[in-house]
Design a protein around this ligand. Structure first.
Ligand code: GLU
Length: 444
């Protein structure tokens, strides 16, 4: 295990430490791996291949605006506590900036900048008219009451009211947030504007103007891109084995949908631990267990194993669906699957990518693999604008169309340029953003 950084030591929940590998060891010191540096490395490698105007590249690379707020929130015991909140708007070149809000004790400006940047490239990969953004609040949502969470959310929206808007910047759920946080977000924004504005946020509850299929969309996108990648690798899904790290919204839905296609999950982990069953874990039963117990741990018929085993398992498909920097230079050589489907954002570092490539492990990169969420967010925003709502079948059909097309575009780019799927995806996205800049010009 890597040594703990100060940030790790400050985290009170041991559950979080198990997932944290965000450090590199240099002699006796440890420094956090900068996630934004990772994005810059990925961008740099793709940009060099594209041979575009360096000043254009410089322009599209950096975040447009980063906002930091200090939020006073009244706790249930009457005291006030300060929380730090971020919103980074990386790009508005292709449309309003779009991206989720994360509630997690480990949130930093570096992380939010990286996640905002990935959103720009993700939206471009699936070819939807959005730029990229991300927000975050340093907090542990599982240790806050419902009332505290509501007051924290409303204060965050109120303090940044000017930068959000259905044509400006549109948040959505991410790690630690969900439909209820989006409902408070929509209500606070709407109250300030004195009318109901559902299109300011996506991932809302259905009765507030949310889209059918949105809550499953990220996992469905992971399933679809995994299916396409398996076709390319000639890997038969109905006899494939898999492991999934993280059993939140993305990990659990990906596993459920792949299980329906016949994939046998041998390992599953969540923030509390990991389980193993050589005959395959019954995913629908596990989902019921989690509904009651709030964790996968203790699932009847499974053996408790080390969470690291999930990443190093000898399976066909590995789905990291937790946090960033899980497969690093330290452990990449121990990864033994054939295919990695990045349900999470940034789970594999650029250094690890090189090792995996050498070992002929195909990585379906985050900006393609988990783009189903933002794609259906786009559909939700469109439905809010037209005021007419589609059936779930229609949403799923359109999602499949988008994901299959994006997979093909990325694969073609990667094969034509002899680069990994990640670099192919970045090349495709950067070229799409730069094309727009060339037409619009740079105002100065
Ligand atoms: N937070 C999700 C992501 O990382 C969804 C963003 C959105 O729907 O705007 O892609």
């Amino acid at each position: 295990m890597p040594k703990k950084t100060i940030a790790d030591q400050k985290r009170k929940t041991p559950r979080k430490q198990k997932h944290s590998k965000s450090v590199v060891s240099r002699k006796n010191t440890t420094i956090p791996i900068s996630v934004f540096d990772n994005v810059l490395k990925q961008f740099g490698e793709a940009a060099r291949k594209l041979k575009l105007d360096p000043s254009m590249l410089e322009f599209v690379k950096m975040p447009r605006r980063s906002t930091i707020v200090n939020l006073p929130v009244q706790m249930d015991d009457g005291t006030f506590k300060m929380f730090t909140g971020y919103r980074v708007q990386h790009s508005i070149i292709r449309g309003p900036s779009k991206g989720g809000i994360r509630y997690h004790p480990g949130v930093t400006l570096d992380e939010v900048q990286a996640l905002a940047s990935w959103m720009t490239w993700k939206s471009a990969v699936v070819n939807i008219p959005f730029g990229g953004a991300k927000g975050g609040i340093v907090c542990d949502p599982y240790r806050l009451s419902k009332g505290e969470l509501e007051r924290l959310t409303r204060r965050y929206v109120a303090d940044m009211i000017d930068i959000f808007g259905p044509d400006d910047d549109i948040p959505a759920p991410d790690v630690g947030t969900g439909p209820n946080v989006m409902a408070w977000f929509m209500d606070t924004y709407s109250m300030k504007e004195n009318r109901s504005i559902p299109g300011v946020v996506t991932g809302k509850p259905i009765i507030l103007g949310g889209s059918l299929g949105r809550s499953e969309a990220t996992g469905r996108g992971v399933m679809l891109t995994t299916r396409e990648a398996c076709k390319y690798l000639k890997l038969d899904l109905s006899s494939a084995t898999a492991s999934v790290q993280g059993f939140g919204n993305v990990g659990s839905i990906s596993a459920k949908l792949l299980h329906e296609l016949g994939v046998k999950f041998l390992y599953v982990s969540d923030v509390n631990g990991a389980i193993y069953n050589p005959r395959g874990i019954d995913i629908p039963k596990l989902l019921k267990h989690v509904e009651k117990q709030k964790t996968i741990v203790g699932f009847p018929g499974s053996k408790k194993v080390d969470p690291e085993d999930v990443l190093h398992a000898r399976v066909d498909i590995l789905i990291p669906a937790a946090l960033e920097n899980q497969i690093t230079a330290d452990n990449a050589a121990r990864v033994r699957c054939k295919l990695i489907a990045e349900g999470a954002n940034g789970p594999v570092t650029p250094e690890a990518d090189k090792i995996l490539e050498k070992n002929k492990i195909l990585v379906v990169p985050d900006i393609l693999c988990n783009a189903g969420g933002v794609t259906v967010s786009y559909f939700e925003w469109v439905q809010n604008r037209i005021g007419y709502f589609w059936t779930e079948e229609e949403v799923n059909r359109r999602l499949e169309e988008k994901m299959v097309a994006a997979f093909k575009d990325v694969l073609d780019m990667s094969l034509n340029n002899k680069v990994s799927l990640r670099i192919g995806a970045f090349m495709l996205a950067i070229a799409r953003v730069v094309d727009v800049v060339q037409l619009r010009g740079i105002y100065s």
